[in-house]
Design a protein around this ligand. Structure first.
Ligand code: GLV
Length: 335
């Protein structure tokens, strides 16, 4: 029987073409918008494979709705906190992510872009200029801060963190400090990075950049205590997952001037900017904050690569091979 794949949303075309060329029956939720939950539950019924976005919670209810035909969930994202892995494992489902190396490169570029935009007050300056406020050169107009020679504190020394470290240390002489669940001597050697406890790192870094997955242990990792340790001149960058930062604590820190600003691509309560409406309103109007709508991996090249990766995982599984980006594994005997 032909293997059926349900895509919860339209993605760039290359991955879809690969699936179709291989003869799979591909059904896509039409309209290029977020699939309503009820529609998701209806459409997954009887499918062999779900190709999901990070915006859908793939939990017991969805797996039940799909029924016994479901064998695989291929996530169109590197993070997979939207999938109930325990429930998937109970059902022997194969789960994969879209961890193409391009994604790390692109997210690292975005984190760096936020660092530069914050340090040089680019968004604020653009707004100032285009709104007719520029009346002539001034010695103290929109003073920012240099990046050269500063200290970058990486929380999470994985691939993305490593790329941010490499670009900023080699290009701008930035000193790299990092913290992680354990020391990584290869990372230290490659990036001339120094391991610190989280407390030390928060005290010393001029830019604190988060590169950890969302886990119970990283939920609200950056909270009131963390902000109280940071320098008043320091910036926070979050391109990981929203709930890694306590959004109420972030707003308290910004209001009290405990940090200089923040670059935020992911939000607690996404697509809202914060858990509480009043905090979201504050962030929306704060000039020392740059907000991007979870677009850190949003380049043409990377989003195509993610689609191809999802398709490669699916095709490997269908052909009885181990998908290259398998997260949990108890493959069944083919489809
Ligand atoms: C994006 O956030 C991803 O996990 O790919």
């Amino acid at each position: 029987m032909t293997t059926s794949v349900f895509l919860t949303r339209e993605i760039p075309d290359e991955g879809i073409k690969m699936l179709k060329r291989a003869g799979l029956k591909v059904e896509i939720y039409e309209g290029d918008k977020l699939i309503p939950r009820r529609e998701l539950l209806r459409r997954v019924k009887g499918k062999d494979i779900i190709l999901s976005m990070l915006t859908e919670k793939i939990d017991k209810q969805v797996m039940n709705a799909a029924g016994p035909s479901l064998k695989m969930i291929a996530n169109y994202a590197v993070g997979f906190d939207n999938i109930d892995l325990k429930e998937a494992a109970k059902r022997n489902l194969v789960v994969t992510n879209a961890a193409h190396p391009n994604v790390s490169e692109t997210v690292a570029e975005h984190a760096i872009a936020l660092i530069f935009a914050l340090a040089h007050r680019i968004v604020e300056a653009d707004h100032y200029t285009r709104n007719g406020k520029y009346k002539g050169w001034e010695p103290q107009l929109l003073l920012g801060t240099d990046i050269v020679g500063k200290t970058l504190g990486l929380i999470g020394a994985g691939r993305i963190g490593g790329l941010v470290a490499q670009r900023l240390s080699e290009g701008f002489g930035v000193k790299i400090i990092y913290t992680d669940v354990k020391r990584n001597t290869a990372f230290e050697k490659t990036h001339r990075a120094t391991f610190k406890t989280q407390t030390q790192l928060l005290r010393e870094a001029d830019f604190v950049s988060l590169h950890v997955p969302l886990l119970p242990s990283t939920h609200h990792l950056i909270n009131d205590r963390a902000f109280s340790l940071m320098k008043q001149t320091a910036f926070l960058l979050n391109t990981s997952r929203g709930p890694v930062v306590d959004s109420a604590a972030l707003v308290r820190a910004l209001k009290k001037g405990k940090i200089a600003g923040a670059g935020i691509d992911v939000f607690e309560g996404e697509p809202q900017f914060a858990r509480r409406k009043t905090d979201a309103d504050y962030l929306q109007h704060a000039w020392n904050v740059i907000l991007t709508p979870h677009t850190a991996s949003a380049t043409v090249e990377t989003r195509q690569a993610m689609g191809r990766t999802a398709a490669e995982n699916i095709l490997a599984f269908v052909r009885g091979k181990k998908p290259p980006n398998q997260i949990i594994s108890k493959p069944l005997s083919g489809t």
